[in-house]
Design a protein around this ligand. Structure first.
Ligand code: ADP
Ligand code: AMP
Length: 213
């Protein structure tokens, strides 16, 4: 099953994608996670994109499209995948249609005020991408990853200025992606403002519907 999660930063796409991917035993492919891993490992790609990520701008389409096209060709992605954070521009959406089949696109609807609360309290375990929230989804021990016990960090782009900028970029560049999929009937919407369990249950129902087609 090939699923896309789209919506503003902080809507909870990554949180839910990790859970659904684990249930379906398919990879959760987050372009943001891939870029951050490259930054941590100081690869050529990482050096190229660090400034862009820190400021909340988008990485150029060509580079991002090549990265995803390559990732989807790996053997673990042949039985399905969840794409989280891609496509983020209409150009990326058109390109994806050239090299992959998309079964369903899930739009995470949420307002800016809630997004700001979520991103302000987000903490991540850099090596795994595991995500917590200091209030809404806290780790067992504050500041440390549940599985490894390693410290959690706050993302550079979760600072207030970068959050504001990312919401602007979302409206300008990514909102048209939602329209793109809506036009041809591939879009389904979830109320992403619910608690995590509620969003997860809605996603399970969507997955079941796609499986029964
Ligand atoms: P995205 O991948 O869409 O940017 P995340 O999954 O990283 O968003 O979630 C952003 C923050 O909000 C994280 O700190 C996460 O723990 C928290 N979060 C995710 N889903 C919910 C939810 N339904 N209710 C409350 N907090 C949530
Ligand atoms: P995310 O983890 O999805 O919030 O993404 C973090 C950052 O990675 C974004 O603000 C962009 O700088 C970059 N990024 C992630 N996905 C894409 C994409 N599909 N196109 C361009 N830039 C992206």
């Amino acid at each position: 099953m090939n699923l896309i999660f789209v919506g503003p930063p902080g809507a909870g796409k990554g949180t839910i994608a990790a859970k659904i991917a684990a249930e379906l035993s398919i990879p959760h492919i987050s372009t943001g996670d891939i870029f951050r891993q490259n930054i941590r490992e100081q690869t050529e790609l990482g050096k190229k994109v660090k400034q862009i990520l820190d400021s909340g701008e988008l990485v150029p389409d060509e580079l991002t499209i090549d990265l995803v096209s390559d990732r989807l060709s790996h053997s673990d992605a042949q039985a399905g995948w969840i794409l989280d954070g891609f496509p983020r521009t209409e150009t990326q959406a058109e390109a994806l249609d050239e090299f992959a089949r998309v079964d369903e696109v899930v739009f995470f609807r949420i307002d800016d005020e809630e997004v700001v609360k979520r991103l302000g309290g987000r903490r991540v375990h850099p090596a795994s991408g595991r995500t917590y929230h200091i209030e809404f989804d806290p780790p067992k021990e504050p500041g440390f990853d549940d599985e490894t016990g390693e410290p959690l960090i706050r993302r550079e782009d979760d600072e207030p200025d970068a959050i504001r900028h990312r919401l602007e970029v979302y409206r300008k560049e990514t909102a048209p992606v939602v329209d793109y999929y809506q036009r041809d009937g591939r879009l389904v919407e979830v109320d992403a403002a619910q608690p995590i369990e509620g969003v997860f249950e809605d996603l399970r129902a969507i997955v079941e519907e796609v499986q029964n087609r």
